[in-house]
Design a protein around this ligand. Structure first.
Ligand code: F6R
Length: 610
């Protein structure tokens, strides 16, 4: 989604803005722009990449110590130079960049048109720029008052940075629903939609809350809400290192993040799982009695996080015997679900900013339910909206396709399920110990799977030209099939579907012929015999089978066209291991097809609009 970066201070703003925009490229975008204020506001913007913007600016005078930059992911209006941000108001009094959506923009646009305003772009953001200017001129008020008054009239979501022509020493920032972070330096401030552009300059940050408005000069920050109450800014320490947001010698962030999984998982359970087999989850401490006695657990999320939630459903139902339902946040928020006060909602999100998940949380809270979060980005909106939760601590995930976030989320859900099972007396000591030992052994086992990278690359070359691909799994491995299929389609653009293996004969079997690769996740578990039969069914119809099997398996090896072996692991933990070869498979296939794996077309890293 759109990215924001801003600077005010003693340094040249331009290099900070360009570098910041490059750091934000991972969020997904289709055009970029900057505005510099050197007593006179200059705007440069164009469709395409940040590098296109640099070429477009060429040798122009880009001096100035105040500036802002934006990467746009189109919502209102096609990606083109005119719709790119920043947008100037009609008479040039205000220039702004905007993330989010102004829902009542059509009505506002009409009213402003009736009052003589015309619009250059199709965007909702230009409407806001003109609304601020209209209030400013009509009311003869200060830029700050005009901004606050305008924001009381808009419905929807915004993260905004605004420049006022008559106040060149100030940046205005405001947030509702779209994240904004302010980096605090010595005589300088940085602004960004997430901390990645800021971390190399300062670790002191202020996360804006909804309805906050910041009035920022190089040596002063005033924080208010839109009603004009003055607020005390809460400065926090950023737990992020610059090394974490570089590729560190890897060709792409995605492959770097796949290889980071042993460490990411260790970081997820570090300090939470002890050698004496105790599990401590500080963020759930106060809520544990409620959680353990929940009538039902509702898990909500989107995309990969929803797949992690599905593994969580299987784990919690088996180990803790609490009924669980998993739902797409986008469906949950718009249908009329039954929510009981003694339900517990668990929202899962890597970014902590997904608009649908946030809206579903608000709805659950309105129904009086306790809401917990499982998030990766510290300080993001979901952890701040929830009653408790667990950070995954997987480190920044920059590749658009989620990899380490998934395994970290499943690790957290596994800890929750084991902990609840123990407290409710629904798992015996043997299984409890086996699962904890299994969790502790996971980083080493993932390292072993990663050693098969070259074999997986070789197999990828046989699958890369397929137009379709089917992924099959049973039990804990069904969500893995869904996740494997999602990874393939989102970065290689091959159509792929995940199915419970037994469902194949209710429809998808009709698709199978010698051109259809079928990836079967078939490790030794309680459904092993059944999945062997499913593989036979595929082979009988000449399908090409790639099977993920347990080390030493000979039965499937004799039937499948290709196999990838993974170490033995209890079936409750198998999702955490079997997903790794599927991530590598999609990575290699996408590279072989010449796709941009870190920034797949049309996709955004954090989906902050519905
Ligand atoms: C897939 C992917 C998306 C996200 C989804 C939810 O690889 O990354 O499907 O999982 O957009 O995002 P978060 O977890 O940030 O809420």
């Amino acid at each position: 989604m759109c990215g924001i970066v801003g600077y005010i201070g003693f340094r040249d703003a331009f290099p900070i803005l360009i570098k910041g925009l490059k750091r934000l490229e991972y969020r997904g975008y289709d055009s970029a722009g900057i505005a510099l204020n050197n007593g006179n506001i200059k705007v440069y913007k164009c469709k395409g990449k940040v590098s296109d913007l640099e070429s477009f600016i060429g040798n122009d005078d880009i001096s100035g110590h105040v500036g802002m930059g934006h990467t746009r992911w189109a919502t209102h209006g096609v990606p083109n130079d005119i719709n790119a941000h920043p947008h100037k108001s009609q008479n040039g009094h205000f220039t702004l960049i905007h993330n989010g959506i102004i829902e009542n923009y059509a009505e506002l646009r009409k009213k402003l048109s009736n009052r003589g305003y015309s619009f250059k772009s199709e965007t909702d953001s230009e409407v806001l720029a003109n609304l601020i200017e209209y209030i400013y001129l009509k009311g003869n008020v200060t830029p700050e008052i005009a901004i606050r008054l305008a924001l009381t009239k808009v419905e929807g979501a915004y993260g905004l940075v605004i420049m006022a022509n008559k106040q060149p020493d100030t940046l205005f920032a405001a947030r509702k629903g779209s994240p904004l972070v302010i980096g605090v330096g010595e005589d300088e401030y940085f602004l960004a939609s997430d901390a990645t552009p800021i971390v190399e300059y300062t670790k002191s940050v202020i996360y804006l809350n909804d309805n906050d408005v910041a009035i920022i000069k190089k040596d002063e920050l005033v924080l208010k809400n839109i009603k004009n109450d003055t607020l005390t800014p809460k400065v926090q320490k950023l737990d992020l290192d610059i090394g974490q947001i570089d590729k560190n010698g890897f060709d792409h962030f995605m492959i770097k993040e796949i290889y980071e999984q042993p460490k990411a998982i260790s970081d997820t359970f570090r300090g939470r799982v002890s050698a004496t087999h105790d599990i401590t989850l500080g963020g759930l401490y106060d809520i544990l009695p409620k959680l353990e006695n929940a009538r039902r657990i509702l898990i909500i999320g989107c995309g990969t996080s929803w797949h992690a939630g599905m593994v969580g459903e299987y784990l919690i139902e088996e180990l803790a015997r609490i009924p669980v339902e998993v739902e797409y946040a986008s469906e949950f928020r718009y249908r009329k679900p039954v929510i009981y006060k003694d339900d517990i909602v668990i929202a899962i999100s890597q970014s902590g900013e997904t608009a649908d998940t946030l809206a579903a949380i608000k709805m659950a809270k309105e129904a009086g339910t306790t809401v917990l979060g499982i998030c990766n980005v510290v300080g993001s909106s979901i952890p701040r909206e929830t009653d408790g939760g667990v950070y995954t601590h997987a480190g920044p995930e920059i590749g658009v396709a989620s990899t380490k976030a998934f395994t970290a989320q499943v690790t957290v859900l596994t800890m929750i399920a084991i902990l609840l099972g123990k407290r409710r007396g629904s798992i015996d000591n043997y299984l409890y110990k086996e699962l904890i030992d299994g969790l502790i052994s996971l980083p080493n086992k993932i390292e072993e799977v990663l050693k098969h990278n070259n074999v997986i690359k070789e197999i990828s070359s046989h699958i890369k030209d397929a137009p379709n691909c089917l992924y099959l799994g049973r039990g804990y491995l069904f969500p893995v099939a869904l996740e494997g299929a999602l990874k393939l389609k989102e970065i290689s653009y091959i159509h792929a579907e995940g199915y419970p293996a037994a469902e194949m004969k209710h429809g998808p079997i009709a698709l199978i012929d010698e051109k259809m690769p079928v990836v079967v996740i078939a490790t030794k578990d309680s459904s092993y015999e059944k999945i062997v039969s499913n593989i036979q069914e595929v082979k009988a119809r000449k399908g090409v089978v790639l099977a993920i099997v347990t080390q030493g398996d000979t039965v499937i090896k004799n039937m499948a066209d290709y196999v990838i072996e993974i170490p033995e692991i209890p079936e409750q933990l198998a999702a955490l291991l079997t997903v790794i070869p599927l991530q590598l498979l999609s990575y290699h296939i996408a590279i072989m097809r010449g796709c941009n794996v870190d920034q797949p077309r049309n996709l955004a890293k954090s989906v902050t609009v519905e």
